[in-house]
Ligand binder design. Structure first.
Ligand code: ZN
Ligand code: ZN
Length: 297
């Protein structure tokens, strides 16, 4: 098999709050976290929700003597995107090196917000106690290189702000656009521009269209229907429904997938441990072999 390209693994797919419990086992209960690895050894982590804990444990198994060098790219600093950081064990080993990137809020630097999460009122262990080498970089709308990856960031529509990212490598492109509320029923120019001809669009599908209409306007999230509108307009290869509402059980998620599938047969709902493999000149391959319990689509 040709290994050239990048692999994306979903470690947490929930929005809001983790959802333990039997009714959430198939799609998973951890909050947002993905890892992206390239055949050249790049490791990019997207968000640090509670899913990052298991990623950390796997990294320790693979690198018992340290030497992990990775970047954690934050969409924004709401709890469901940062709460895994204090439990990410590779940060406790001084032989590892992490670059943490995210947006400043209005009056607080990105690094300071992460530090507040681990101040003694909220958590027993200070961020500075985590001895890995840590580099902090504040991001705005910009283009940057991270290792062999080319990345473009755009501001999304979300209370407190959020950044969406387009990530390109070896002719493939992924767009990570979570925590975004549409402002109109039509396609969103910001998302369409960011996701134009991308192989993969991972998009905020927190609500069903009915839930959104029933009073969730202004809460900063979108629907699967809007995701499909954007994916079509942007000519995206494959749409991934992401940031599942904390109250959507597996059964409800199956219904959402069925409803969305009627309009967009190729779309797929993110679930924990799903891997998507991107290779040049080939459509994204969805691999669920690591998922504990299989999902029918
Ligand atoms: Zn969120
Ligand atoms: Zn948010």
């Amino acid at each position: 098999m040709n290994d050239k390209g990048m692999d994306l693994r979903f470690w947490g797919v929930r929005g809001g709050i983790p959802t333990p419990g039997a009714e959430y086992t198939r799609y998973g209960g951890n909050t947002s976290c993905l890892s992206l690895t390239t055949d050249q050894g790049d490791l990019l982590i997207l968000d640090a929700g509670t899913g990052i804990r298991r990623l950390g444990n796997l990294l320790l198994l693979k690198h018992p003597d340290g030497g992990i060098d990775a970047t954690i790219l934050f969409s924004h600093l709401h709890w469901d995107h940062i709460q895994g950081i204090p439990f990410f064990k590779p940060l406790f080993d001084k032989r590892n090196r992490f670059t943490l990137m995210g947006q400043d809020s209005r009056d607080v630097a990105f690094k300071d917000s992460l530090q507040v999460q681990q101040s003694s009122n909220f958590f027993p262990v200070d961020l500075n106690y985590m001895s890995a080498e840590k580099l902090f970089r504040s991001l705005a709308e910009e283009e940057l290189k991270i290792g062999n990856l080319t990345i473009r960031s755009r501001r999304l529509n979300h209370p407190g702000g959020c950044l969406g990212y387009r990530i390109e490598y070896a002719g493939n492109s992924i767009v990570y656009a979570t925590d975004h509320e549409h402002v109109d029923t039509g396609a969103d120019p910001v998302i369409v521009d960011l996701a134009r001809d991308a192989d993969l669009l991972i998009f905020d599908c927190n609500y069903t269209p009915e839930e959104y209409e029933e009073g969730r306007q202004g809460w900063g999230h979108s629907t699967w229907a809007h995701a499909i509108t954007n994916a079509r307009e942007a000519n995206v290869g494959r749409l991934v429904l992401f940031h599942h509402d904390q109250d959507h059980s597996d059964e409800q998620m199956d219904r959402i997938v069925a409803d969305a599938g009627q309009q967009c047969p190729s779309c797929v709902a993110a679930c924990e441990d799903m891997v998507i493999r991107l290779r040049p000149e080939r459509p994204p391959m969805v691999d669920r072999s690591l998922c504990v319990v299989g999902i029918t689509r």
